[in-house]
Design a protein around this ligand. Sequence first.
Ligand code: NAD
Length: 259
Amino acid sequence: MQFSGKSAVVTGSTSGIGLAIAKALSTDGASVMLNGIEEPGAAADVVAEVAAAGGAAKYTRADVSKPEEIQNLVKATTDAFGGPHILVNNAGIQYVAPIEEFPEAKWNAIIAINLSAAFHSIKAALPAMRSAGFGRIINIASAHSLRASPNKSAYVTAKHGLAGLTKTIALETARENITVNAISPGYVWTPLVEEQIPDYAKSNDLTEEEAKHEILDKQASKEFATVEQIAALAAFLVSDAAEQITGANYPVDGGWTAQ
Ligand code: NAD
């Protein structure tokens, strides 16, 4: 139980990558604050699932596009478990359209949720990390923090920004036993990817099966990564063995960004 006595907040952890990270941290003994936009009743099953992995778990509903709700989420974590010692900025959304058809509301939501939320959560969580003399911040970016694809202007912009924020805060905290790193998955089979398939198929005049195949074309391995693989890297970055890793951006993308 290497993370016993540590508390973690994982944004967007009711499904997909965030849920897998929450489970991995709980397995190692961390107390985990789960988050999403679902009402608490709808999150009861995931709270039970994460608590069953080993650590304590609670849920706070907070829309991370709203700075005051992020501040409440961090405060709820402190009130429940102390800390936070670990912050995982994972909540993210996607929208795919050429720029002339890209709705302004979607642009604003993607920048708010995928980028600005990390600024606000880091700002809110750092004082507790500084006073504990320990902090681990992990930003879930994307292969799109390193490469672009057409029709994803907001997502690619937000994820490139998140990579820059990661490096900047790593330098600001480098002498304080606080590390700040990004994980950049390629395609991972989660609801977020599943929901992109119909749009991708429509914009490229493909069947959904062809769209799935074409999406994987970027990934040299031709396979989706799993949420457990992302979670294992996140747990490593929290461990003492990773103390000297800061400001890094790790691709988990089956060779996509090697090309
Ligand atoms: P997902 O759709 O399965 O889960 C997203 C989570 O974010 C859910 O818990 C949802 O409730 C939450 N969420 C959405 N809007 C929110 C908001 N406004 N406030 C708080 N929570 C909110 O997604 P996923 O595929 O697990 O993606 C997680 C992260 O990984 C995202 O940042 C995504 O960009 C990134 N990522 C995913 C892939 C992939 O292939 N799945 C690849 C690269 C990067």
